[in-house]
Design a protein around this ligand. Structure first.
Ligand SMILES: *Cc1c(COP(=O)(O)O)cnc(C)c1O
Length: 359
């Protein structure tokens, strides 16, 4: 039985062509700065994002950490969403390693902090307060694309108030594909998104399908500071061109195809939307969230696993599409779900009988 793994877009295996590119890559010692493939990747992603420089990183978490610590010093703070990855899902790294205080703010259902809340959270220069230094946004957030007008407004406010801006763009290629104007390529749209920010972190190991790797992009000065932090964090890798080659291959071959993942997410959402007991809460880019009635989420997950379909979640389940799933896999996931809920609906009927006085 083949597994339909919808837990995350991180689960992809390198394609045969990607493996060939990895094997063929010229290598050097990147801590000495002489791995030609790492250097080519860094130059390429810096150009694509319109920044002076970029730094290859083992993970998105390390890339965000190095970015925040390059922008902020001890006693500074960064303003960030309450459910943003850079606040909630990175082990408190900025506070632990950098003595940088997060100022988390509530987000709406699409991941946006209110502009007024951001404005109110920026502290005056006063010894009572941490120094507000950085605004962090995330695009996509839970699959949602941040609208252009919001990116412009939030980053303009930050600049006006003297804050730097960082984008956690783990899935920014999904955002670029989904928000490109008709006839505009995804890479042109990526450049527009990046232009709003002083720095951004991008992941090659999510929808782009590389096995490992992220990059931090920004000014030459910022990237030099981030390189020191990366070394401290143990992220100075040696013949990392083996991995950078996969990322370069992904940039050449796996960007525009993200539209296929988005179409599969829609196919899944439409298939699940018709099933009684399920509510499709959100289905944006390559991520589908589904609420399951009567606390049956964990039981549905178990049932799906028995069918060879993997997802994550508890009350709300999360399904993520990527280049290692196809329409047949999605249809199988829908069929297994329908099967479970048909039986569950029957179970509910049986359970209501005692209260109706029949035993
Ligand atoms: C995955 C992810 C990261 C980084 O994750 P790593 O597993 O450390 O590469 C950062 N931000 C967001 C929004 C992510 O989804």
């Amino acid at each position: 039985m083949t597994t339909v793994d919808l837990r995350s877009d991180t689960v992809t295996r390198p394609t045969p062509a990607m493996r060939e590119a990895m094997l063929a890559a010229p290598l050097g010692d990147d801590v000495f700065g002489d791995d030609p493939t790492v250097n080519a990747l860094q130059q390429r992603i810096a150009e694509l994002t319109g920044k002076e420089a970029a730094l290859f990183m083992p993970s998105g978490t390390q890339s965000n950490l190095c970015g925040i610590l390059a922008h902020c010093g001890r006693g500074d703070e960064y303003i960030v969403g309450q459910l943003a990855h850079t606040y909630r899902y990175e082990g408190g790294g900025a506070a632990v390693f950098g003595s940088v205080q997060p100022q988390p703010l509530l987000q709406d259902a699409t991941g946006r902090m209110a502009i007024a809340d951001i404005a109110a959270a920026i502290k005056p220069d006063d010894p009572h307060f941490a120094r507000s230094r950085l605004l962090c946004l995330e695009n996509t957030w839970n699959g949602h694309v941040m609208p252009e007008a919001y990116l412009a407004e939030a980053t303009a406010l930050a600049r006006l108030r003297g804050l730097a801006t960082h984008l956690d763009g783990a899935r920014v290629f999904n955002a670029a594909v989904a928000s490109a104007a008709p006839g505009q390529g995804a890479l042109a749209r990526l450049r527009e998104i990046a232009d709003h920010f002083d720095s951004l972190s991008v992941c090659f190991s999510k929808g782009l399908g590389a096995p490992v790797g992220s990059a931090l992009c920004g000014s030459g000065e910022l990237i030099a500071a981030a390189r020191r932090v990366r070394k401290m964090a143990g992220g100075g890798l040696r013949q990392a061109g083996l991995l950078a080659a996969a990322a370069l291959h992904a940039l050449d071959h796996h960007v525009e195809r993200l539209a296929d993942d988005h179409a599969l997410a829609q196919r899944l959402a439409q298939g699940l939307a018709g099933i009684e007991g399920l509510t499709v809460r959100s289905a944006q880019t390559n991520i589908v969230f589904v609420d399951v009635a009567d606390g049956q989420g964990p039981a549905l997950l178990d049932h799906l696993q028995a069918c060879g379909v993997l997802a994550t979640g508890l009350i709300g389940l999360r399904f993520v599409t990527h280049l290692d799933v196809d329409a047949a896999g999605i249809d199988h996931a829908i069929a297994c779900t329908r099967d479970f809920l048909a039986r569950h609906a029957h179970g509910r009927l049986v359970r209501t009988l005692p209260s109706a006085g029949v035993h």
